[in-house]
Design a protein around this ligand. Structure first.
Ligand code: PLI
Length: 459
């Protein structure tokens, strides 16, 4: 008898055609793009798993919200709806809208970080660290060691190691730490969650030291799902109530609405701190716009407000994470090395283990992503040495332990059948992995190099 399956908690109302290209075409496109998947045209990608950022399919209710958006320069109804949604669903007092997550990171970093400051965080994220460094700060990784081990099965691999945090405070002093930066979930660790217990402990410790806790809440709903699934005492609680409790152990957050909030653009800074809020309102007008639109059209704020209520639907989030897992387990079951446990937004191939014959200087993850595109038109993203960039102090490459290719699943966009195609292509490459060669970098921009760097194949 067939096992009961859980299908998508939505049906399809509009479709966007996609096109398969020929292998010679893809070889040419990849060469023209300098072996950097960021530089491909989307029309040339059959299944686009570059990112889950801004690539979600909006609901009919959100699309209706676009038409309903209030485009008034000041005091727009859509802004008030967004403010209310953030207050109700996340529980913060104050909201400052921004054009996307890095706009909020810019506000937070510019307001709080001074040269000589240290910012502890549970693994770096590219744009977050770039803003910390731009303001003279130094990022310090205080994630648990297990997070750097692709194969470790820890259920909450995003957890902060409170001893590492304590050691940093002992070394540099709490006065030199403007805030603790906690990401829920941790993107570059593989979309790994932080437990409620850890969030509570970190807040308790930081409160004792007078250090504010700021979340990167970009994928906090996915984190809430893992807490519901894995942490004792949470199985019967709703995603909405778990999210609220998570947020209660922070003083505020930066947010890229392009992920959890199911929109194509948008973000915000939220906080319970009056002084940070006042300063953010003063600064946002310089970079983004009035504190009542922050670089967003009224329709974008309306769509984000509606997305915020949709994202905490228990069926939606269970399906979303389940679909990522559906792909991940096909690969793991066939022996393909990927980060375990499978995270919330993506399957991360372990390029070190996949291509043990390549050194990290030969950019194994960058190369594997290029081969995958040429094989099947599937676009993935490097998350390894190229993304890690150079140490500003020494100018040398940073060598992250995790050398990964991210297969990122957009929300409500692809069917399981598309993911079967992806799995088939990865499995085919795994069978002939010995033939995969490395790359050399021929162009490198000074910051966030992964976006525009160019490569050539090694002989
Ligand atoms: O792309 P933004 O500026 O809306 O958000 C920046 C950002 C902040 N934090 C985290 C955890 C992110 O994942 C993030 C953006 N992520 C992208 C673009 C991604 O492809 O993962």
């Amino acid at each position: 008898m067939q096992r009961r399956v859980v299908a998508e908690p939505y049906k399809i109302k509009a479709v966007e055609p996609i096109r398969m290209t020929s292998r010679p075409e893809r070889e040419q496109f990849m060469a023209e793009a300098g072996y950097n998947t960021f530089l491909l045209r989307s029309a040339d990608c059959y299944i686009d798993l570059l990112t889950d950022s801004g690539t979600s399919a909006m609901s009919d209710h959100q699309w209706a919200g676009l038409m309903w958006g209030d485009e008034a320069y000041a005091g727009s109804r859509s802004w008030l709806n967004l403010e209310r949604a953030v207050r109700e669903v996340y529980g913060y007092k104050h909201v400052v809208p921004t054009h996307q997550g890095r706009g909020a990171e810019n506000l937070l970093s510019t307001i709080t970080i001074r040269p000589g400051h240290y910012i502890p965080g549970n693994m770096y994220f590219t744009t977050t660290r770039a803003h910390q460094e731009r303001n003279g700060g130094t990022f310090v990784d205080v994630i648990i060691d297990e997070a750097h081990d692709a194969q470790h099965p820890h259920p909450f691999k995003g957890n902060v190691d409170v001893d590492k945090l304590r050691a940093l405070v002992g070394r540099v002093g709490a006065a030199n730490i403007p805030y603790m930066s906690t990401a829920v979930t941790v993107n570059l660790a593989g979309g790994q969650p932080v437990s409620m217990q850890n969030l509570r402990e970190v807040k308790e410790y930081c409160a004792g030291q007078g250090i504010p806790v700021m979340y990167d809440a970009t994928r906090a709903v996915e984190n809430a799902f893992f807490i519901q699934e894995r942490e004792p005492g949470y199985a019967a609680k709703s995603i909405a109530s778990i999210l609220k409790e998570m947020m209660s152990y922070s003083d505020g957050c930066t947010m890229s609405g392009k992920k959890d909030c199911l929109v194509n653009i948008g973000g915000f800074l939220a906080t319970n701190d009056e002084e940070l809020y006042t300063k953010a309102c003063e600064l946002v007008v310089v970079f983004e716009g009035m504190p009542s639109y922050g670089g967003l059209a009224g329709r974008d704020m309306e769509a984000m407000a509606r997305g915020i209520y949709e994202m905490v639907d228990d069926d939606y989030i269970a399906h979303r994470v389940g679909q990522v897992r559906y792909l991940g387990h096909q690969l793991l079951d066939a022996g393909v090395p990927a980060v375990r446990p499978i995270g919330g937004h993506a399957v991360f191939l372990d390029a070190r283990a996949f291509l043990p014959h390549l050194s990290q200087d030969e950019f194994p993850a960058q190369s594997l992503a290029a081969y995958l595109y040429v094989d099947s038109g599937v676009r993935a993203m490097e998350r390894g040495i190229v993304s890690a960039g150079r140490d500003p102090a020494t100018g040398h490459h940073r060598y992250p332990k995790l050398e990964l290719v991210r297969l990122t699943i957009p929300r409500r966009v692809y069917t399981d059948r598309h993911l079967d195609v992806v799995a088939g292509s990865v499995l085919g490459l795994f069978e002939k992995r010995d033939t995969i060669r490395g790359l050399r970098m021929v162009y490198e921009p000074p910051t966030l190099r992964f976006f525009t760097a160019r490569f050539q194949p090694l002989p």
